[in-house]
Ligand binder design. Sequence first.
Ligand SMILES: CC(C)(COP(=O)(O)OP(=O)(O)OC[C@H]1O[C@@H](n2cnc3c(N)ncnc32)[C@H](O)[C@@H]1OP(=O)(O)O)[C@@H](O)C(=O)NCCC(=O)NCCS
Length: 172
Amino acid sequence: MKTSTQTAQQTRRLPVRFRLRPVRREDLDWVEALERELCPDPWPRGAFETQMRNPYTEMWVAVVEGNEGGKERVIGYLVLWIHEDAVEVANIGVAQAYQGRKVGSALLEKALDTARRLGKTYVYLDVRMDNHKALQWYLRRGFQIERRLPRYYRIPPNRWEDGLRMVKKIAP
Ligand SMILES: CC(C)(COP(=O)(O)OP(=O)(O)OC[C@H]1O[C@@H](n2cnc3c(N)ncnc32)[C@H](O)[C@@H]1OP(=O)(O)O)[C@@H](O)C(=O)NCCC(=O)NCCS
């Protein structure tokens, strides 16, 4: 007999039809809600709004069609900062209910594609040291640990955690 946990995990792994597109203002309610669901110290709404106005930022969302052709639903998001030589993954997340279905991989591939398109030499990101799942996930996708970032993340109310800077070179 299947337990409800087994059933939930198997459902999660079923393929899902989604597409990536640039963020729109009307997506921000979804993005804000996902960020709260996923992060111990979430970006506030205003941070996403500011990023939308920043010419050196690209923001993408992963969307699924709503029931019976209804409005699209945002299930993942990606914030990229464009630097002189590199693209930085400033934020990435996938709704828990949709994790394990390659949505995150597609978003990360978008970051790598963006770096190639803009002629950058590497992609980098920072991750909390105790976010083992994300850390292993990046390592499996060819990112390497460059250095430790002492007391880099604030975990409310008053705890600090080290981070890791991870880098992946883009083939010329
Ligand atoms: C890290 C994150 C973006 C990955 O997104 P995702 O859509 O789950 O990614 P994918 O489906 O492409 O890959 C998930 C991996 O977990 C595995 N997996 C298997 N079953 C799973 C399940 N039930 N749930 C989640 N992952 C599962 C997948 O097989 C895959 O393994 P692989 O690396 O060997 O391919 C997502 O977990 C997330 O949003 N985490 C919270 C926010 C976060 O930590 N962001 C990064 C901060 S730097």
